[in-house]
Design a protein around this ligand. Structure first.
Ligand SMILES: [Zn+2]
Ligand SMILES: [Zn+2]
Length: 154
């Protein structure tokens, strides 16, 4: 989105609306699907030489759970969007698209989980442990335990 400096010069102005989700450049990401536009609720004010913008960004996303692979919907919200951009022309149209994209992407979870208690998939048989239990033994720990004991015998 673009803000006209002369419209908000020493005149804090609220803008609400939606930008197309394409500005986030995430359409190739196989782990998520954006299900709506990027919503903004911001206040902008220009002072000599600088445009100051603060507000909230939000977008609805279908994520693949990083533990169980299930798809779940979540709204990603960033209430702390804040940018200060220098301008030289007092009739400038200042483009906020790059700042919106960067701020919004940083708010995305690195390892989205469908719920905090998601038990994920069994790493041996692949069963979804939220839905079923399997008889696989817990891996690794017990085997390392044996090695530790062997080492101690040397
Ligand atoms: Zn999950
Ligand atoms: Zn299993």
């Amino acid at each position: 989105m673009k803000i006209a400096v002369d419209q908000v010069y020493e005149n804090p102005t609220r803008f609400t609306g939606e930008e197309p989700s394409g500005i986030l450049e995430l359409s190739d990401d196989p782990t998520l699907h954006l299900t709506g536009g990027l919503r903004y609720d911001i206040e902008a004010e220009a002072i000599p030489g600088e445009l100051i913008v603060r507000g909230t960004l939000a977008i609805s996303v279908d994520f693949h759970c990083s533990r169980c692979g299930g798809i779940f919907s979540q709204e990603v919200r960033e209430p702390g969007f804040e940018v200060v951009l220098a301008y030289t022309d007092e009739h400038a149209l200042v483009d906020l698209t790059d700042e919106m994209r960067e701020t919004m992407i940083l708010a995305f979870p690195a390892y989205p989980v469908c719920r905090t208690e998601c038990r994920g998939l069994c790493d041996q048989c692949g069963v979804n442990r939220n839905e079923a239990t399997c008889k696989c033994r817990p891996p690794a720990d017990s085997r390392w335990g044996v090695l530790d004991r062997l080492d101690m015998r040397k």
